[in-house]
Design a protein around this ligand. Structure first.
Ligand code: PRX
Length: 637
């Protein structure tokens, strides 16, 4: 495997040594980089699978991202905001601090208290981090929903979290169109009486309907005090809920705490990005996902960094938008997804080559496996062979990076396509079904054998599910649901999901959720969905649908109806590339759909043992569909 020897010349062997000798004391040392109102009595209280980090310590995320910078960084830009339509705004650390305090006072005046939940459904505008930090200031738990989700999805999330306030905007820009966010919220909360108020930011100035619950952000901000003391919160006080898709039913609310989470973030940003005062950081993730929470909102601000925040689609109005932004703001660190890179790669080298990208010094990738050829393109064409690439593996549940090259800590050879090694303090292995370590270069299941500070506290309102989903496959080990292999140099290669979760353009989609949406159509008897490899999106969804007997509707009409239903019930991100109507699904004799078979067939792998299969003709019908897909892929290549 080819190696690339490039780093930033940093060699801090002490950190790794400390972490290996005693990971608990090690994290205690890292936590001292933050501001604590009172220090902890115990670093870790580990009652598997529940961890409490920095027990007895009190801290505040809003204080650590804003107040601490007011002495020496008050006038430094915190956010260089670029609207999709070309507008721009600069917010300094002082301006952010004042706006956050004002907005916190507004929340307080509406009766929001520590522990209350607040739903935020905003586009990528500065009011989004301001709202989150205002919640954090008084210990209200924010739950941000990606602005692409439908009213039904939002309703489920608001209902599950019982949010009493919703913050939204009249509209948001996406590819030049206005997405009417307020309309979606009106629909989502229409029978949720516990929602007391909706605060509306006027972004697109489109016409909206107003109810007695609605209030305008600007009007509220006009007349409110700009000082509000940050609450001293317990280290384990919940900071946010972020809903994410899993293998069963509806999305689950991943709950993150404060002190441990911030410690994890602070350290990983320093190690992975080697952040310096002069840097201009640009992470393209939407704040509706965990990357945006951790590496757009909390982490750059913890470090007092300047960052670019971009509102819209990365290829709008054309495929040069990202390169133009890097040139305009002199971006030094760029963090994006393999899907975005694959899309840009398709447009060739001349576009990026026509912009000045010379300020870049570090490049990051996140969210899905990065193909070695895309890695190399990123390294050569965007980084001009002088920027280390960090391929960061982690999850909504882990809070921050878990496996990544760490140029801010050490210089090690990079291998295109490998995340390299775990961060200090983690004990990671690749195991077989029985939990035994597999030999080098053998595919197995990734497991994490010890707690880490950024780990989720639990699933909102469901400790049992938390235990069952993550901690029951292997005793006292966290099971992330990913395949991996470890090579002879101890480098990890992440090989995709091992469960029924899809990664489409880096977004996580649960097959069970999608199947139950399809099955709720009155003409559908059964459905199975799976991922097929896609040149740009990494994975694309295909759905197999068995209709109820005697349904004579045209398949084209049915397909249209199903696509509308999926968009309405979940959101456009869950739209299948293709829906196939079949007469039966491959099932075991006990009636379970054999998704393993679908997965193997879709990836052109051998289907293995099928002795439990009830009826072989289901496989041959579906196999012919996959053969067609393979043929069309070969044709398009
Ligand atoms: O399968 C892994 C994949 O994304 C999953 C987590 O998704 P989510 O919670 O949405 O968080 C994404 C952003 C951190 C993982 O279980 N994944 C994430 N990063 C990588 C990756 N797969 C391979 N390489 C990565 N760098």
């Amino acid at each position: 495997m080819s190696e690339i020897n490039i780093g930033l010349g940093n060699t801090d062997t002490e950190t790794r040594r400390d972490a290996e000798s005693d990971f608990v004391t090690f994290w205690g040392k890292q936590a001292k980089n933050l501001f604590w109102f009172s220090t902890w009595e115990k670093i870790l209280d580990w009652n598997p699978p529940f961890a409490k980090w920095f027990v007895g310590g009190t801290i505040n995320a809003s204080y650590n991202t804003l107040d601490i910078h007011q002495q020496d960084k008050a006038d430094k830009p915190a956010i260089l905001w670029e609207g999709e339509n070309g507008e721009s705004r600069i917010l300094t650390y002082k301006e952010m601090w004042i706006k956050v305090q004002k907005f916190t006072n507004i929340l307080k005046s509406l009766g929001v208290k520590k522990g209350d939940r607040i739903t935020i459904y905003l586009p990528m505008i500065p009011e989004l981090p301001i709202s989150m930090l205002a919640c954090a200031r008084i210990g209200a738990i924010h739950t941000v929903i990606f602005s692409g989700f439908s009213a039904t999805s939002i309703r489920d999330r608001i209902d599950d979290s019982k949010s009493k306030i919703v913050i939204t905007a009249d509209g948001g820009y996406r590819r030049g169109n206005v997405i009417k966010l307020k309309e979606v919220i009106d629909e989502a909360i229409k029978d949720l009486d516990f929602v007391q108020n909706v605060i509306v930011v006027e972004r697109a100035k489109n016409k909206i309907n107003l109810s007695s619950k609605d209030m305008f952000w600007n009007e509220l901000m006009n007349d409110v005090s700009d000082t509000c003391v940050a609450e001293k919160l317990d280290s384990s006080h919940p900071l946010y809920i972020l809903y994410t898709s899993g293998t069963t039913g509806k999305p689950k609310g991943v709950l993150h705490g404060t002190g441990g989470y911030l410690t994890h973030l602070y350290s990983t940003f320093k190690w992975a990005f080697d952040i310096r005062d002069s840097d201009v950081f640009f992470c393209t993730a939407d704040i509706g996902w965990v990357t945006g929470h951790s590496y757009v909102v909390y982490d750059p601000l913890l470090h007092g960094a300047t960052q670019v925040m971009y509102e819209g689609a990365p290829d709008f109005p054309d495929a040069s938008r990202m390169w133009e932004i890097i040139q305009k703001y002199h971006v030094t660190i760029f963090y994006t997804t393999p899907t975005t890179l694959r899309m840009f790669m398709k447009f060739g080298d001349s576009l990026p080559n026509s912009f000045d990208l010379s300020t870049l010094r570090l490049l990051g990738s996140v969210g899905e496996p990065i193909n070695p050829e895309v890695w190399k393109w990123y390294f050569k064409v965007i980084g001009k062979e002088k920027c280390p690439i960090i391929d960061t593996w982690w999850q909504t549940e882990t809070g921050g990076m878990m496996i990544s090259a760490l140029p801010g800590l050490e210089t090690i050879p990079l291998k295109p396509g490998s995340g390299t090694r775990p961060i200090p303090g983690l004990d990671v292995s690749v195991v077989d079904e029985s939990g035994n370590d597999v030999p080098e270069n053998t595919k197995g299941f990734l497991v994490i054998k010890n707690p880490w500070p950024g780990m989720l506290l639990t699933l909102w309102g469901d400790d049992k599910k938390y235990r069952d989903v993550y901690w029951s496959k292997y005793k006292n080990c966290y099971y992330p649901g990913d395949y991996a292999l470890k090579d002879a140099d101890g480098y990890f290669w992440l090989l995709g999901r091992a469960d029924d979760v899809l990664k489409v353009s880096g977004h996580r989609i649960g097959t069970a959720e999608l199947e139950s949406c399809i099955v709720s159509h009155s003409d559908v008897a059964e459905s199975a969905v799976c991922g097929v490899s896609d040149e740009i999106k990494g994975e694309a969804i295909i759905a197999f649908v068995v209709l109820k007997q005697n349904v004579i509707k045209d398949h084209i009409i049915l397909e249209k109806e199903l696509l509308i239903k999926i968009r309405n019930d979940i959101g456009a991100i869950a739209t299948p590339k293709q829906i196939y109507f079949v007469t039966k699904l491959p099932k075991t004799r006990s009636g379970k759909i054999m998704r393993r078979l679908l997965k193997a067939m879709s990836s052109n792998e051998t289907i293995g043992d099928v002795s439990t299969l009830e009826d072989g003709t289901a496989v041959s019908e579906i196999q012919s569909v996959f053969d067609e897909i393979q043929k069309s892929i070969q044709k398009s290549n």
